[in-house]
Design a protein around this ligand. Structure first.
Ligand code: PEP
Ligand code: MN
Length: 340
């Protein structure tokens, strides 16, 4: 059960809820978000039902929920949500293409990739300035210099930018440039980072941990929501299985399952799941067919020179087919490609 406090509720109002719940033998967890305070209740729900919490001063709503994640659950919010990124919608009626380089390397490479992305129908630009790499010797990203390049390319192309933040200490810096913050697979359960992006005032794309269940993924989203930020897009990017032919195993069924359990948009990353260029288009078709609200795809003007993930980047020769796929398939599942 969750008690949502009114914006004007006082500290004493919050305390009164906590005291009443504790007196009834329950536990109350207060989270103070940017725009609202939410009190999560743990204990005997039937007993809580008799407390008339809704009648207490400063209480706006009391929501009874049977799943462990509350704010992101569809039970709490039956209508599927639309998340807007710099004005671009990601949601149930559209199919949004996000594309760009895995990593920002140079201004020319980033602009080149952005133009490729746009030519294929992308309305949002991806590109990592802070890169989470398995090896400490691999290219770690350009940091703030990369963010400045992204901002210049946004200026030039008009595309809002999606970029990763890997450390809670960098959230403010990255949020000052980004239109959407990306939390990567390796950080899905970095709870301090989730809380920090929850307070950053920017939409968040939360990738599924490669070893996470769908429930764990939704609990991670709940950490962000609990800080008052419900602008969250879930991204399925493949999970680790015994299979070695692909970089990760794309869990196609995660899309309808997550959409049933949560009101948040769900997109697919066919690049990081397949890990090979020739798998990206087939997996993109599967993503659209299964009802994903968007796809995020790596493109690179010269993948043979890429400092990160060259083998999975689409090249100029692939763009025509990508453009055709994202234009022609969505109407078959009652969607349209998001327009700029
Ligand atoms: C990425 O999108 O650049 C990335 C690092 O993805 P993931 O966290 O899914 O590996
Ligand atoms: Mn990558």
């Amino acid at each position: 059960m969750v008690v949502v406090m009114a914006a004007e509720a006082s500290e004493a109002d919050v305390q009164a809820v906590v005291t009443l719940v504790e007196t009834a033998g329950g536990e109350a967890f207060v989270s103070r978000g940017v725009s609202r305070t939410v009190v999560g209740l743990v204990g005997d729900v039937e007993r809580f039902g008799t407390l008339n919490l809704r009648g207490l001063p400063g209480v706006r709503d009391v929501i009874r929920i049977s799943v462990p994640y509350k704010l992101v659950s569809r039970e709490n919010h039956p209508q599927r949500s639309v998340v807007r990124v710099g004005g671009v919608p990601i949601g149930p009626d559209t199919m949004t293409l996000i594309a760009g380089p895995c990593a920002v390397e140079t201004p020319e490479q980033t602009l080149g990739a952005a133009q490729m992305a746009q030519a294929a129908g992308a309305t949002l630009l991806r590109g990592g300035a802070f890169k989470p790499r398995t090896s400490p010797y691999a290219f770690q990203g350009l940091g703030e210099k990369g963010l400045r390049i992204l901002a210049e390319v946004r200026e030039e192309t008009g595309m809002p930018i999606v970029t990763e933040v890997v450390d809670a200490r960098d959230v403010e810096l990255v949020a000052s440039y980004a239109d959407m913050l990306q939390v990567g697979t390796r950080n899905m359960q970095n709870f301090a980072l989730l809380q920090a992006v929850g307070g950053a005032g920017r939409p968040v794309m939360l990738k599924r941990g490669f070893n996470a269940t769908i429930e764990e993924w939704l609990m991670a989203a709940e950490y962000i929501a609990q800080r008052g930020n419900l602008d969250i897009v879930l991204c399925e990017r493949g999970i680790r299985t015994f299979e070695k032919a692909t970089r990760n195993t794309l869990d196609i069924s995660a899309v309808p399952v997550a959409q049933k359990l949560s009101h948040l948009p769900v997109i697919i990353d066919p690049s990081h799941s397949g890990g090979h260029r020739e798998l990206v288009l087939p997996l993109t078709r599967a993503a659209i067919a299964v009802g994903a609200d968007g796809v995020i795809i790596d493109v690179h003007p010269h993948p043979e020179q890429a400092l990160c993930d060259g083998p999975q980047a689409l090249v100029n020769g692939d763009l025509r087919e990508l453009a055709k796929t994202v234009r022609e398939l969505p109407p078959l599942v009652n969607r349209v490609l998001t327009q700029a």
